[in-house]
Design a protein around this ligand. Structure first.
Ligand SMILES: *[C@@H]1O[C@H](CO)[C@@H](O)[C@H](O)[C@H]1NC(C)=O
Length: 421
């Protein structure tokens, strides 16, 4: 008996104690606002806007079961720490600071979609998820629904899909088709990479002279070129577009190297013709010394690797650049040889810009088969969570032209470069 009643007593004491705990917790002054869920709402234009601080906005879930809660009635939207992506034209970046008039741009075929998906994922994870810049995709055929669905879903900014006009992707009437065909046959026999390809030539010519005047690109001032299968190895926690604007840069690179001579035997002759026809376009303080070891007589084949570029579109649309492109185009080397857009852009930049309008982004760690740019300097790599192998850095190797760039422009090489030669 006695044991049973003392057990009851223990139960009652426990129950009273439990009730007291519940009472104290519920009436305490801990603000319940910290339990508010992070929520999003969609504007009709499908742009997403963060209404609370917290992680950067992501695509609003479309599954109705996962519908985000509506903001509480009467509660003021708490935007501390974020800048809402509101303005229809150029909303300010979520990472703060003014948003630039800029876009990513990619020339791609439908079949590139999965290789490109990897690139987009890298760009978003390392940079754009904080900034939400737009992305323009260009193709000489209509983009497939799958291509659009996959890429729109991955890009955190707005996506735009453009068809390339036929006359920007075909033989101009001044090109002798038979002569061009004979060259392709010859290059095929010499086993020159893409030597017999027509589409590769259209692509090089398009990147050299047309992408920046596509109607979708006319709306922008800055571009960042991205190709399929690239990687970014470090966090980029500032806006390179803004850096370019603030520092009056027009063109930039991460990798440079020597061009395959067989593809451009007469390119430099064409450039010299242009220089004598248009001396007014040659900039004072240019980087001719980086292109030529004999004051312009011959080309040393150095070029910036243009599959990565951040640059100014208004420069490419300038009379100087267009005079240059038209002059080269008329000489026919895009079809009678196999001129690449890399030497074409690089020569233009080195001759028609001042040296300090061209920027080397040591801090943008980049891979495009087969070369790696891994930032020199362990401190930087650790701080920016880089995952590239420093020993793979191509910058100071003998086949790179980056050492020469530093020497010609008088820049100081980053600490530790000697260890990576
Ligand atoms: C962006 O730049 C382009 C090209 O310079 C210009 O036409 C356009 O008006 C600019 N847009 C804004 C919003 O400033």
């Amino acid at each position: 008996m006695a044991t049973a009643s003392s057990r009851y007593l223990r139960y009652i004491l426990f129950a009273v104690f439990g009730l007291l705990v519940v009472y104290f917790l519920s009436s305490s002054s801990i603000p319940n606002t910290i339990h508010r869920p992070t929520g999003y709402f969609s504007t009709p234009s499908t742009e997403q806007v963060a209404v609370h601080d917290g992680p950067p906005p992501e695509k609003a879930p479309s599954n109705p079961l996962h519908k985000a809660p509506e903001p509480e009635e009467g509660s003021k939207l708490d935007t501390t720490g974020t800048t809402p992506n509101l303005a229809p034209e150029f909303p300010s970046a979520a990472a703060g600071g003014p948003r630039m008039n800029a876009t990513f741009v990619t020339l791609a075929r439908n079949s590139d979609v999965w290789e490109l998906a990897r690139s987009i994922r890298h760009v978003e994870d390392r940079f754009n998820e904080k900034y939400h810049y737009d992305w323009v995709f260009l193709n000489n055929e209509e983009f497939s629904e799958e291509f659009k669905k996959v890429t729109t879903n991955l890009v955190s900014g707005k996506t735009h899909y453009g068809l390339i006009p036929v006359d920007h992707w075909s033989f101009p009437d001044f090109i002798d088709q038979e002569k061009a065909e004979a060259v392709r046959e010859e290059m095929k026999n010499k086993k020159i990479i893409y030597g017999d390809s027509i589409s590769y030539r259209h692509m090089c010519r398009y990147e050299s002279g047309f992408f920046f005047r596509h109607e979708l690109m006319n709306k922008f001032e800055w571009y960042w070129r991205v190709e399929p299968s690239i990687e970014l190895y470090c966090d980029i926690d500032y806006d390179p577009f803004k850096f370019m604007a603030d520092n009056k840069k027009k063109y930039s690179f991460v990798l440079s190297l020597f061009e395959y001579v067989e593809t451009i035997p007469t390119l430099w002759d064409s450039v010299k013709t242009f220089m004598s026809k248009h001396p007014e376009h040659i900039a004072e303080g240019n980087a001719l010394g980086w292109l030529s070891d004999d004051e312009g007589d011959t080309y040393n084949h150095c070029h910036f690797w243009s599959n990565f570029e951040i640059g100014n579109l208004n420069w490419l649309r300038s009379k100087a650049y267009l005079d240059y492109f038209n002059s080269l185009d008329r000489d026919g080397g895009f079809f009678y040889e196999r001129w690449g857009d890399a030497p074409v852009h690089s020569i233009a930049a080195a001759l028609m810009l001042k040296q300090d309008e061209i920027h080397f982004f040591n801090d943008i760690a980049y891979y495009h088969v087969p070369f790696t740019h891994c930032p020199t300097g362990e401190d930087y790599r650790l701080k920016h969570k880089c995952h590239c192998e420093p020993g793979k850095n191509f910058d100071w190797k003998s086949y790179s032209c980056t050492t020469k760039w530093f020497d010609v422009t008088g820049l100081q090489k980053p600490d530790g470069w000697e260890k990576e030669v």
